[in-house]
Design a protein around this ligand. Structure first.
Ligand code: Z5A
Ligand code: MG
Length: 230
């Protein structure tokens, strides 16, 4: 029988803009560390690399980049971190990652451009490490609007955000855990801690090798987001 190896968990946060992803990721990592779990907070895009700097310049409208080309840059920004990501997991570090390939697909596919449909958008990320769990923070555009005005970045507009949510909706799979992000910060965090503890324990048992995108990605699609994992 193949030897089982304990490893860190790969947990991704996705969700609507202003759903509280960055707030919850930070709190979860601090909680895990306080519990003695080796854990790190990562985010995509990683704006610190040369590719990430190009992406940042695009998001802040300092530069215009062709829609297909910028999509590939976002994906390349994940590929350039792949080796380090796998190394950390195999060393036993749990990674809590603020946005990943699902954001990549949702934001480009939401543009509705000829030739750039969801299948095209998914292709460049195929084969990247798949997360053990995706925590999807579910918030309507109206609820997000109540949290204050959008910032200055390129995608921060109501109508576009609605289309992004529809794209997320179509991508959810069996590893997704949907959390109602309209609750208090502490109530959400409590649920996430319970979910994360189970994922971390499973990976520590060494029985789940790291998967690959997009294998089994459509397993949970079909039911409305509000009806699953609640
Ligand atoms: N993008 C892409 O196109 N392709 C890709 O491949 C990837 C990304 C990976 C990156 O934005 C942009 O790149 C993003 C997608 C695109 N574009 N947009 N739009 P980012 O991730 O850097 O964005 P951000 O600045 O972190 O914003 P955010 O992610 O939308 O926000 P958030 O992290 O979900 O929320 P937050 O910062 O934690 O909280 C927002 C506010 O709400 C803040 O004042 C909190 O105090 C408050 N908050 C949080 N939780 C609550 C609760 N529960 N109740 C009340 N108020 C709350
Ligand atoms: Mg954020």
């Amino acid at each position: 029988m193949a030897q089982q190896q304990a490893r860190g968990a790969f947990i991704v946060f996705e969700g609507a803009d202003r759903a509280g992803k960055s707030t919850q990721c930070q709190m979860l990592v601090e909680h895990l560390q306080a519990q003695g779990v080796a854990a790190e907070l990562w985010r995509f895009p990683d704006r610190t690399t040369p590719i990430g700097k190009m992406i940042n310049s695009y998001l802040t409208s300092q530069s215009d980049i062709d829609d297909a080309a910028v999509h590939l840059l976002f994906s390349a920004n994940r590929w350039e971190k792949r080796e380090e990501l796998l190394r950390k997991l195999h060393e036993g570090t749990t990674l809590v990652v603020d946005r990943y390939a699902y954001s990549g697909v949702a934001f480009t596919a939401a543009k509705g451009l000829p030739g750039l449909d969801r299948a095209w958008c998914m292709a460049p990320d195929a084969g990247l490490p798949a997360p053990d769990a995706v925590f999807f923070l579910c918030l309507t555009v109206e609820q997000a609007a109540a949290r204050g005005g959008y910032g200055e970045e390129r995608y921060e507009k109501d109508e576009f955000q609605r289309k992004v949510l529809d794209q997320f909706h179509a991508m959810r799979g069996s590893s997704w855990r949907v959390v109602d992000a309209s609750q208090s910060i502490d109530a959400i965090q409590q649920q996430l801690r319970e979910q994360a503890a189970a994922v971390v324990a499973r990976c520590q048992r060494g029985t789940s090798p790291v998967g690959k995108l997009w294998e089994g990605a459509q397993a949970g699609a079909g039911a409305p987001l509000s009806e699953i994992n609640q």
